[in-house]
Design a protein around this ligand. Structure first.
Ligand code: HPA
Ligand code: ZN
Length: 347
């Protein structure tokens, strides 16, 4: 652990967790759409949704695995039609992120969920990007976009999506891979990721959420990703753990997501502590906060309580989030200085 972590009284740890600067690197913007906003957009866009009320929709948020969540998540996203809708969704998230002292967010979006319904790529990306620009100017939060390919669709469709997005190449920093994991291994997308690499895009992929350690290996060796999203199944493979530690491959871990999708039976069973103990660059993230019961600080506070983590791990997780981000070294150093200041204030 870092030598510069000052001692923190246990009763001050929750306030420190909330106030410390942090980066969020695993947030699906469609998963930040709260039921109230879903209903407001459905009304203003004349889209019908198969739920009678906000409460009725919230009651449906009882998931048994990833697929049971994805079915409802894609239904919720069907209300997004205009550029203003995409702006409003991202802005609502960024305001919550700022309140949680998130200083930087790398935001996933799923264009195929929208283009399949006739929404233009331009509408999606411009709306989201405008919110990112405004967040920097008025909230002091830096934010960038990562385009995710849906892995339950074909690689051919991923290539078409990339083509549609390339005129807006400067408005996103990388690509990812999400949706139904088991049965859709990373290698299905080897060619399109190779093309994205040639284009200078950053590469990440969901792997080892429900899928086996083998999917983490192929995400690393065949897709050549720079970070693994989730990756919690890696603890089943000691050789993989050694590889992740040696190459300092970050894992963007999402504890409340893992709990709600039954990856771990109880939050107390989560392996975040084991990942940190093994020297991995693990980070804490919210994944789909509107569906999983919590934004960044909810994830930190509930997980620290459940798995009994301490100030040294808080420091490590925040420092890891900066190290793992796709920004330049001077900015990372500036955030590390702010982290030190937050710890000094709570010592
Ligand atoms: N896993 C895979 N796909 C997703 C997720 C997730 O946790 N959230 C939104 N799309
Ligand atoms: Zn995710």
């Amino acid at each position: 652990m870092n030598a510069s972590v000052p001692p923190i009284a246990p009763e001050r740890l929750p306030a420190l967790l909330a106030a410390m600067p942090k980066a969020e690197l695993h947030i699906h913007i469609e998963g930040s759409l709260e039921p109230e906003l879903i209903f407001a957009m459905a009304r203003r866009n004349g889209v019908s949704i198969p739920y009678a009320s906000v409460e009725d929709l919230r009651r449906a948020y009882a998931f048994s695995n990833l697929q049971s969540f994805l079915d409802i998540y894609y239904a919720g996203a069907s209300v997004l039609i205009t550029e203003q809708d995409f702006f409003d969704m991202a802005w609502a998230y960024l305001e919550k992120a700022a309140a949680d002292h998130v200083v930087h967010a790398e935001i996933f979006f799923d264009p195929q969920t929208h283009t399949a319904r006739g929404v233009a790529m331009d509408t999606v990306i411009r709306g989201l990007h405008r919110a990112c620009t405004q967040a920097q100017a008025t909230l002091g939060v830096s934010a960038s976009l990562i385009l995710c390919f849906l892995r339950h669709l074909s690689e051919e469709e991923a290539f078409q999506t990339l083509e549609q997005a390339l005129p807006l190449r400067d408005l996103f920093i990388g690509v990812g891979l999400d949706s139904s994991e088991v049965g859709h291994p990373p290698e299905k997308f080897a060619r399109v990721f190779a093309r994205c690499r040639e284009l200078g895009l950053h590469l990440v992929a969901h792997a080892g959420e429900e899928g086996p350690p083998a999917y983490v290996w192929t995400a690393l060796d065949l897709l050549r990703v720079e970070r693994i999203d989730h990756g919690v199944q890696s603890t089943r493979d000691p050789a993989l753990m050694a590889r992740l530690a040696k190459d300092r491959i970050p894992l963007t871990v999402c504890p409340l997501s893992n709990l709600k999708l039954c990856v771990f039976p109880r939050l107390a069973d989560h392996n975040l502590g084991a990942l940190l103990d093994a020297g991995l660059v693990a980070t804490v993230n919210s994944d789909d906060p509107a569906y999983f019961g919590g934004y960044m600080n909810d994830n930190f506070l509930q997980t620290f309580q459940a798995v009994n983590l301490h100030a040294a791990q808080a420091w490590q997780l925040a420092a890891n989030s900066f190290e793992a981000s796709f920004v330049d070294a001077p900015l990372k150093r500036a955030w590390r200085d702010r982290l030190e200041e937050a710890f000094a204030r709570h010592a």
